[in-house]
Design a binder for this molecule. Sequence first.
Ligand code: HEC
Length: 96
Amino acid sequence: MKKIIAVASFTAVLLASCTPKASTATAPAAATSTAEQIAQGKTIFENSCGRCHKLPDPTSHTSVDWVGIMNRMAPKAKLTDEQHQWVYDYIVSVKK
Ligand code: HEC
């Protein structure tokens, strides 16, 4: 789990410097969520994260806070490790 978050944070740094489309073409495959994965993260977020409370606003917490929030909420929403990462990557992509 820790490793996934480290990868997610690294991805956030990558995404800050290139558009998601450009990163699919040029970045190393291992550490990058593609634009499609981020789009999936958005869908999962909208479908799973508004069930118990209002859909949270990605901009209302720092990306560091979101790591801890997602560690608490992903099991509640029964996300897989992959879905956890995509939702996190979607959230930080909204904040840019
Ligand atoms: C099974 C119910 C449930 C689901 C599904 C759920 N949450 Fe929550 N969420 C809670 C509860 C209960 C709290 C308040 C207690 C707490 O903070 O742990 C909460 C609190 C929060 C908070 C406020 C935390 C804070 O520190 O202010 C955020 C943000 C949040 N959830 C985001 C999410 C996201 C993102 C998802 C989707 C991955 C999600 N939640 C899915 C039950 C849920």
